[in-house]
Design a protein around this ligand. Structure first.
Ligand code: MN
Length: 565
């Protein structure tokens, strides 16, 4: 099983990584009793087969070495360099994402995983890791089985699908299905297996026939094969067709791979000439690719013995992309040697990047704030958002730099208004604490508490800002209800005497005037004090009364005032 390792010389980084991992996991066993190293070796082999770069393969070998072993990230940096260490670190962090329960917001959880990854290769290696874990899932305790299967089905299969890795997505779903939907799975096995076999035999009969027809018309296919529909995707389709198996035409589809796009359309014409197509079953995903980048032409015809049969026609490049998605893009990047490849690759890359943006757009659909949406498209979407977890295991999506107050308002405006404290991962933190992806956030509230204008200095979300601003506005309006309020700044010069300030505040208190700002400075040499006080006074009449009273305080030398604003 380690045949592929032989491609690397003894002093290569790959062999070094292998030896390091082998030593680190020396005394560890997997749940099935195998030596642990078998797992990282399998994951690395998958990454190797996907044609990823050496850093990714090395990181795959090392991906579990920081967990449950005495090794540190520093050590990895020292031996393997920043890039590999960065990937290993990302993979280790992903392991810390706690299983949130099946009630969580799945979409945000996917985003959390992505924001944690920072580099696409981390997700790719994680997918390879997950694929191998799913293949050995039978050795886990039942409760853990369901958790892992759920994560795989809802999170990783879906990510694989969005990255265009259809084959892997389908495989992950099929591996998870028996643990999540065991009854449905058994129903499928009972009802479909025979049908699958029968259709497979039929497809084997069609293959030489279609080959002959294409050749007669000067189309030389690269390959023709038949692919059976995945169980999980079949089940989802059946749900839409009232569980009627005879309505599913692509239970087994024949796939024709040709050399060029022109030949794709030529092949379509040839097939239609011999076998009558079903109306509105022709799908041209070459002219209009699916959002995840999938390209092919599909058609369904009355084939041999008048049986309804689906054909999928594509070029070799489309085929690789359909199977491998974004990973195929990576492979192209690796083969930049010839000009032809470079040109091909550039085309693929640009298109891929467009699709990536399109996927982001889908993810962004939920963000109603237009400005936020544009901002995050311009910058690096994942760097600018964080995902934190509530005590109820929901994942909350926030802009980077958000604080517990932003979080509280995101949960509910009342929780925001009344929040007095926060705990992150069970530790008490100040309300201006900067949250990080994966933080478990708890808010303590006090009934009847009002939001503080000070929060405006550190909060990040538009929602919290709006709420606090409108609250302070209401407060100000309440204060200004008796129209004609005068904002004043008093300057009082007085003798430096103990108790003067107390007497002064009492004057304002009895007049029911709230002092907004109070400051006093004493001139040591001349033994007098200068007091500044700001407040709002509702009428000139009241102002004169105040001045009179201030002057009567023992020790007052002079009282002056100016109007503010
Ligand atoms: Mn692993």
């Amino acid at each position: 099983m380690t045949e592929w390792l032989k491609n690397y010389p003894k002093n290569s980084i790959i062999i070094k990584a292998y030896e390091f991992a082998n030593k680190a996991h020396e005394n560890e066993k997997r749940a099935n009793g195998d030596p642990y190293i078998i797992h990282p070796l399998k994951v690395a082999e998958t990454v190797y087969n996907w044609h990823f770069d050496e850093s990714s393969i090395a990181a795959a070998l090392l991906h579990d070495t920081l967990e449950d072993t005495p090794h540190s990230l520093k050590e990895i940096i020292k031996i393997f360099g920043q890039e590999i260490a960065f990937l290993v670190d990302g993979l280790t962090k992903l392991e810390t994402v706690k299983y949130p329960g099946e009630e969580t917001n799945v979409e945000n959880l996917r985003k959390l995983i992505i924001s944690f990854s920072k580099d696409l290769r981390v997700i790719i290696i994680k997918l390879a890791d997950r694929e191998h874990n799913m293949k050995t899932i039978q050795y886990l305790p039942p409760e853990r089985q369901r958790q892992v299967a759920w994560e795989t089905y809802e999170i990783y299969a879906s990510l694989a699908h969005r990255l265009g890795m259809q084959n892997l997505a389908g495989e992950l779903e099929d591996l998870a299905m028996p643990y999540l939907y065991s009854e449905e799975y058994e129903w499928l096995i009972d009802n479909v297996t025979e049908l699958f076999e029968e259709r497979q035999l039929y497809a084997e009969r069609v293959k030489p026939e279609i080959l002959k027809i294409l050749k007669e018309n000067n189309v030389e296919p690269v390959q023709i094969d038949s692919r059976a529909k995945r169980y999980a995707s079949l089940y989802k389709k059946l749900l839409r067709y009232d569980m009627q198996l005879d309505k599913i035409y692509d239970l087994i589809a024949l796939r024709i791979v040709v050399k060029s796009v022109e030949e794709c359309y030529a092949a379509l014409g040839i097939i239609h000439k011999y076998w009558q197509p079903l109306p509105s079953r022709i799908k041209d995903y070459i002219a209009r690719p699916k959002p995840n980048g999938y390209r092919s032409i599909h058609t369904t015809v009355f084939c041999l013995d008048n049986k309804i049969t689906e054909f999928q026609i594509r070029t070799l490049e489309m085929h690789e992309e359909a199977e491998m998605g974004i990973a195929a893009h990576w492979a192209y990047q690796q083969i930049k040697s010839s000009e032809r490849h470079r040109r091909n690759w550039l085309g693929v890359q640009n298109r891929r990047e467009l699709l990536w943006v399109e996927q982001l757009r889908n993810w962004q659909k939920n963000f109603s704030d237009k400005h936020n949406f544009l901002e995050s498209l311009q910058g690096d979407f994942f760097k600018e958002r964080i995902f934190v977890i509530t005590p109820q295991n929901d994942v909350i999506d926030l802009p980077a730099g958000s604080t517990p107050v932003d979080f509280a308002y995101q949960i509910h405006s009342k929780i925001g208004d009344e929040c007095v404290g926060a705990k992150i991962n069970n530790k008490i933190v100040p309300l201006d604490y900067e949250l990080h992806s994966g933080d478990l956030v708890e808010i303590s509230t006090q009934h009847g508490k009002k939001p503080s204008a000070d929060w405006l200095k550190f909060i990040k979300t538009a929602l919290a800002k709006k709420r606090i601003k409108s609250f302070t506005k209401i407060q100000n309006r309440k204060l200004n209800k008796k129209t004609g309020i005068i904002n004043l700044e008093f300057k009082i010069t007085c003798e430096d005497r103990q108790g003067y300030l107390k007497d002064l505040t009492e004057v304002f208190d009895t007049a029911k005037i709230n002092i907004e700002y109070l400051n006093s400075q004493t001139d040591q040499r001349h033994k007098f004090t200068s007091v500044t006080a700001r407040c709002g006074v509702s009428s000139n009449f009241k102002l004169e009364k105040i001045i009179l009273k201030l002057k009567k305080i023992p020790g007052t030398v002079e009282v002056s005032y100016k109007m503010n604003r």
